[in-house]
Design a binder for this molecule. Structure first.
Ligand code: B3K
Ligand code: ZN
Length: 880
């Protein structure tokens, strides 16, 4: 990195990292909560860090501009205004002793905090969100993850409005101040950085249970919510107990405090937060009930509860040294939660879902202006780096280590990592080092995955020498330029392969296995397989063993063959995807050339075979028969032709539906049941296959299909079936029925906020013209609240991100709409504003006229003035 780069204003560089000048022994907090303000008294025990090279360093504390500083003292002596300075986001005190007690009182206004960072109010309750840098909105503090201390927290509040007062750790004392106010004190014995601090005060109810750990300790489990949601907490509790058990079995990790609490809040920027002993969850990731929650919602609850719980070790006990290391905890924890979900449900289905997300959203991020390595080298606003790259690609990188080391080697590595670094704030390199040290596997080249961004391409080709009975596979890797680097050095890529005989059986490879992991480390490498009797069909990148784009010149026949014979479930599905992509890409070209569209009968026949194969797992059938999404086809396109992609996909759906109508009807009927709802994998698979069949039937546009959908809507005893029917009708040409179903649905569910969100999302994704007008009208609906991130996501983000044909309307109305929203939100909630921007940042992927309109809107936001760091960073990188 050049010097000029390191001096760019507002940019923070990993290479500038320095250890903190002062360390903290203890943090004592006292909160006096009132309706018009909160008074916060922080008492901090500092001491000079022996590892700091600075001579007589100043004390520098982080503090947001909104902090109203009331008083500061050092060792009991009150400081005057000459003794300290406020410089931007910092409070600087030049002369302090080597060890001292610092106290400060700040006044904050949680009721006016719309950014939802720090201490804020959600539906009348107080709650916090401190990661990454929210704690500095509460008090002055060394708000960086490598400063860890024990905390005790006293909360004082009105008894009747806030009967429940929670913070991290164990409840140690409580009492009454007077007739109206009460107080509690919590003590957290585990040293932690401020980003893991949490406080909740509200009128909450809870359910409780307990868990006995491997070593026989009893842990109290409590999940809190508003009274109306008390009946929707059981699945989260079940998931929590399963997570605790899974972490003991798979990683040997036990929970450490005597109590573990989860609180559901309605206003939340993200999914959930792993605060020590007191997880705070977006209601959308914790509440679940058959009548109000779809199958995917149940699975999300299980996954997120697991994720936040697993953070107790991968994140809390061992935390990040600085925010560039975010993937240390996020990549590893996503890998852990994915494995947990795979063990609880269907491993192949989970893998298909994760890879689909990675390929559509993360690959697109890698190809856009915000592309970054999983360990970025610089940032302006860290909130912008809670990305699919850091999370999902980060998890893929950990998965590759698992693949290279094997289950046993990986477990030795994770044991060593937790043992070596318990109680420390460390780097991704420390993680890799522990994996290396425990297994003896050399990961030096592998480390490039942390510093180089972009999606590598692997081109595969093969040769078969019949006389020598030799099959040779040639793999060539390259990686496109990304903002941080033009040129990339070769990655170490584990490529899992199998070879299929012409009869469809696996050839036995090295060590008697059907799958062999090739270690691709060079730009071009050949792998030779001896004693191969007949030309095999290679099954490449089994289980998606690396986050790359692998290309191999398969013929349509070979893909059909793999669909039917591959013993690797993931690749069986992927063959179907590749076949559909191949055919649809050709159709997109035909469409652009104005030619008539004709669907290759191979796809119809392949689908028929799958649909009528009663041996196949239902979940697999429904995954295989789901066409690649518009988003994925867009990601793959050189220049995104919105209309062509949309129309071709509709055409293929309709053609398949018409040709396979009888089969779909049969499958639909065969998958109806009278059994009570259950969110287990087999039942989810059955519903998903039935609803996929109904979707194809609806694509025929016939009245019979409508009748089935209406019947399902009226008779369903669960939200999965009811919502599937609703969205199919709303997205169809049956407009009168659509209106009446929407009205009925709203009347029934208007008091269930999360269901209303689904109702908004169904309308926001309607591909028919007029969707934008409807979205704008819904923004005026009493059920809508622009300060609530879940509502914004359901309506605005869903329209802009998932309704491509309408958002990219050629009159530019979608772009104008989004820019207006960002300008409004920039101040109110910068994190959400900057996230919402994503669809506009992809402007370079479209044809010139759309490019110009999108760019114009980005410039308009830029000129609107007073931009938050969040929005500024995304805009400046997008316009660079
Ligand atoms: N660690 C939190 C993310 C907080 C985001 C702050 N901008 C959720 C998670 O990954 O578990
Ligand atoms: Zn996480």
């Amino acid at each position: 990195m050049s010097q000029s780069e390191t001096t760019q204003p507002g940019v923070i560089y990993l290479s500038d990292y320095q250890v903190p000048a002062y360390l903290l022994e203890k943090t004592s907090l006292r909160f006096e909560l009132e309706e018009s303000q909160a008074m916060v008294r922080a008492t901090l025990q500092f001491r000079l860090n022996p590892e700091s090279a600075e001579q007589n360093p100043s004390l520098r504390l982080d503090g947001h501009e909104s902090l109203d500083l009331q008083r500061i003292s050092i060792d009991g002596e009150v400081l005057t205004e000459q003794d300290y300075q406020r410089q931007g986001e910092q409070l600087v005190i030049t002369r302090v002793p080597e060890a001292f007690s610092f106290e400060c009182v700040t006044r904050i206004e949680p009721q006016n905090n719309t950014a939802l960072e720090g201490l804020y109010k959600s539906d009348g309750m107080f709650c916090t969100q401190c990661e990454a840098e929210g704690f500095r909105r509460i008090t002055f503090y060394p708000d960086r993850p490598d400063v860890m201390s024990v905390f005790d927290t006293t909360i004082v509040a009105d008894k009747s409005a806030y009967p429940v007062l929670l913070a991290n750790g164990n409840l140690v004392d409580c009492g009454e101040e007077d007739d109206t106010r009460h107080w509690v004190r919590w003590d957290d014995p585990f040293p932690k950085p401020a980003y893991l601090f949490a406080l909740v005060a509200g009128d909450l109810q809870h359910i409780e249970d307990s868990y006995t750990t491997l070593s026989g300790r009893q842990v109290e489990l409590k999940i809190f919510a508003e009274t109306k949601d008390l009946d929707k907490l059981d699945y989260a509790m079940l998931s929590l107990k399963r997570s605790m058990q899974w972490d003991e079995q798979v990683y040997g990790r036990e929970y450490d405090l005597d109590i573990f609490m989860v609180v559901a809040v309605d206003f939340f920027n993200m999914g959930a937060m792993e605060n020590k002993g007191l997880n705070i969850f977006n209601t959308s990731c914790v509440l679940a009930h058959p009548e109000t929650t779809v199958d995917a919602g149940f699975q999300r609850v299980e996954g997120v509860v697991g994720h936040e719980y697993f953070h107790n070790w991968s994140g809390n006990r061992v935390t990040c040294r600085d925010w560039f290391q975010l993937s240390l905890k996020e990549g590893f924890t996503v890998f852990r939660d994915a494995e947990f979900s795979a063990d609880m449900n269907s491993r192949t289905v989970k893998r298909i879902e994760d890879v689909t997300l990675l390929r559509t959203v993360q690959f697109a991020e890698d190809a856009g202006p915000m592309a970054h390595p999983i360990r970025p080298a610089s940032f302006i606003e860290i909130s912008n780096f809670y990305t699919l790259t850091v999370y999902e690609k980060g998890a893929e990188v950990v998965r590759m280590i698992h693949t290279l080391l094997g289950t046993e080697g990986f477990r030795k590595g994770s044991d060593l990592y937790f043992e070596r670094h318990d109680g420390q704030a460390v780097t991704t390199d420390d993680f890799v080092q522990a994996m290396e040290d425990a297994s003896g596997f050399d990961l030096s080249q592998f480390r490039r995955w942390y510093s180089q961004g972009g999606t590598p391409r692997v081109k595969a080709s093969s040769e078969y020498d019949a006389a020598a009975r030799r099959f040779t596979l040639t793999l060539e890797q390259s990686c496109p330029a990304t903002p941080e680097a033009e040129e990339k050095l070769p990655f170490q890529i584990p490529v899992a392969v199998g070879l299929l005989t012409p009869e469809g059986a696996d050839v036995t490879l090295a060590e008697g296995a059907a799958t062999q992991v090739l270690n691709l480390t060079q730009e071009r490498q050949q792998f030779v397989f001896e004693n191969i009797d007949e030309r095999p069909v290679p099954s490449l990148l089994r289980g998606f063993s690396a986050p790359v784009k692998l290309e191999y010149p398969y013929s349509a026949e070979q893909l059909v063959f793999l669909m039917q014979n591959d013993s690797d479930g993931f690749n069986q599905w992927d063959a179907a995807q590749q076949l559909a992509v191949q055919l649809m890409q050709q159709l997109i070209e035909d469409y652009s050339a104005g030619s008539e569209l004709q669907l290759n009968p191979a796809l119809v026949e392949a689908y028929r075979t799958v649909l009528t194969n009663s041996e196949l797992d239902r979940a697999m059938v429904s995954k295989i028969l789901t066409l690649p999404s518009e988003a994925y086809l867009s990601e793959l396109a050189e220049v995104i032709d919105v209309e062509a992609i949309h129309c071709v996909r509709q055409f293929v759906r309709k053609t398949l539906a018409n040709r396979l109508q009888q089969e779909f009807l049969q499958v639909y009927t065969a998958n109806q049941t009278n059994e009570a709802y259950s969110p287990d994998a087999a039942s989810i698979a059955r519903r998903s296959l039935a609803n996929l069949s109904l979707a194809y039937l609806m694509a025929t546009g016939q009245q019979d299909a409508l009748e089935l959908a209406k019947q399902q809507f009226e008779q369903a005893d669960n939200m999965t079936d009811s919502q599937a029917a609703l969205s199919l009708v709303v997205h169809s040409e049956f407009e009168a029925e659509a209106e009446s179903m929407l009205e009925q649905f709203y009347q029934r569910w208007q008091d269930e906020s999360l269901v209303v969100n689904q109702w908004l999302a169904v309308q926001a994704t309607d591909p028919k013209p007029g969707a934008l007008a409807r979205v704008e009208k819904l923004q005026q609906h009493p059920a809508y609240d622009a300060r609530n991130p879940n509502k914004l996501r359901s309506l605005v983000a869903t329209f802009c991100g998932q309704n491509s044909i309408n958002f990219h309307c050629e009159d530019g109305s979608g772009y104008r709409f989004l820019a207006d929203q960002i300008i409004l939100l920039n101040k109110q909630n910068p994190q959400i504003a900057s996230r919402l921007l994503t669809p506009l940042t992809r402007w370079k992927r479209f044809e010139p006229s759309r490019q110009q309109m999108m760019r114009h809107e980005l410039e308009r936001i830029s000129a609107s003035g007073d931009l938050s760091k969040d929005v500024y960073e995304v805009l400046s990188k997008s316009l660079a």
